[in-house]
Design a protein around this ligand. Structure first.
Ligand code: AMP
Length: 393
């Protein structure tokens, strides 16, 4: 991994792929987490005496659409950095080249939304080459898009001799490694969420790399049904029944312990305030649906979490968006926080578990919260992300 730490960017113009795909309402940034995540890399370049050219996408525009302009993030970035950045209303061509030429040491230039050009997502060679002509060095610091073979995330890298992992990308990659490759034993994965089919590739990749796997949330019911349990109306995927049995068999062969829930909070209706009842996980009446981990399951999961040294969490263990069914996910999050306090390393990654950690205000109580949904999932599946492999070529 070629990081920016041992290189001096003095008098260099540095093209940095950042992830400024932030939520915007009425022209204002409503969550600046992603902007803040890019700051350490930007500061390193400025402190070395270089200049930054920042490029990103924002939303999914169809051509030049003003409502997706990156000008909307400028004042937020100015506030966070404490300097006045420059903005260029194009990301390639003569206007961008002129803006890059005029850029001095210590300055930051934001290029307009890359996805105003369809060539960005198609990974167009000429577009990538044009981007590369704006700078001397390239840094990828956008973990959230590192799984996409786009022009700015992947193709552009080949035009640079000096190309680096930004500080955020470095942190993300190290956090995954710390769990999957060199995690301190016992290593635990807590997996939940609704769609078992989307999580199977993760289970298959990590099964011989972890000691324990907790399978909670909606994805547990396919396993329970495959084992002959009655799951009522609970979410499940019949096409995955055989697969789940083969996963259990494989876990036995690999000496990996798989822990399924033993009880479940059920309701007849999937809505806030619906009357709920706890049933054994394999004895759910026909008219009920399992929506949250039951008290015995929570107790069992907590004990495993508290005796683990490395913890990966991906996917809620209940319908945490609905208050009545959020207890399991909250308690699991709190147990992971407690285990972290006792010295465990914990990584929360991939979509909804990150949302849950934020909802329960636990983001500062776990070791690392990933910024990349799809990129994190693909990494956990064992895939080499194109944006990462491009930096090594
Ligand atoms: P995923 O994107 O597969 O990680 O799924 C996340 C979603 O799973 C969240 O929106 C949760 O509400 C949902 N979920 C968790 N447990 C259950 C369950 N028992 N039944 C239905 N949905 C669930």
């Amino acid at each position: 991994m070629k990081t920016i730490n041992d290189f001096s960017f003095k008098e260099k113009k540095v093209l940095i792929r950042v992830d400024f795909n932030v939520p915007i309402q009425k022209g204002r940034v409503t969550d600046s987490t992603r902007i803040k995540s890019a700051i350490p890399t930007i500061l390193k370049i400025l402190q070395d005496g270089g200049a930054c050219i920042l490029m990103s996408h924002l939303g999914r525009p169809k051509g030049f659409e003003k409502r997706f302009s990156l000008i909307q993030i400028k004042s937020e970035l100015d506030n966070i950095l404490g300097i006045k950045t420059k903005f260029c209303e194009d990301c390639v061509g003569s206007v961008a080249e002129e803006a890059s030429k005029k850029l001095s040491v210590g300055e930051v230039l934001i290029l307009e939304n890359l996805r105003f050009y369809k060539e960005e997502a198609s990974g167009d060679e000429l577009f990538s080459k044009k981007l590369s002509q704006l700078a001397d060095c390239y840094i990828n610091d956008a973990f959230g898009t590192a799984h996409r073979p786009h022009a700015s995330t992947t193709v552009v890298a080949k035009y640079f001799e000096n190309k680096f992992f930004g500080k955020l990308l470095e942190k993300e990659v190290l956090a995954i490694k710390k769990v999957i490759s060199n995690g301190k034993s016992p290593v635990l994965a807590v997996l939940g969420g609704s769609k078992i089919s989307s999580k199977i590739p993760i289970v298959e990749n990590i099964i011989d790399k972890v000691d324990d796997i907790i399978i909670g949330g909606g994805m547990a019911f396919t396993f329970i049904k495959a084992l002959g349990g009655k799951i009522g109306l609970s979410i499940h995927e019949d096409s995955m029944l055989k697969k789940s049995l083969s996963i259990l068999k494989l876990a036995g062969e690999k000496n990996t312990r798989i822990h399924l829930p033993v009880d479940v909070v059920c309701a007849k209706e999937f809505k806030e305030g619906a009357a709920s009842k706890v049933f054994s996980i394999n004895l759910i009446p026909d008219e009920y649906e399992g929506l949250d981990s039951g008290p015995k399951s929570i107790k069992k999961f907590k004990e495993i979490i508290l005796s683990s040294s490395t913890i990966l969490w991906n996917g809620p263990v209940g319908v945490f968006e609905i208050q009545s069914f959020s207890k399991g996910t909250k308690e699991i999050g709190m147990a992971i926080a407690e285990s972290t306090k006792k010295g465990a390393f914990s990584l929360v990654g991939g979509g909804d578990s990150v949302a849950a950690v934020k909802k329960f205000k636990l983001e500062n109580d776990v070791s690392y919260v990933s910024t990349g949904g799809g990129a994190m999932l693909e990494s956990l599946e064992g895939k080499i992300l194109p944006g990462i492999s491009a930096l090594g070529k």
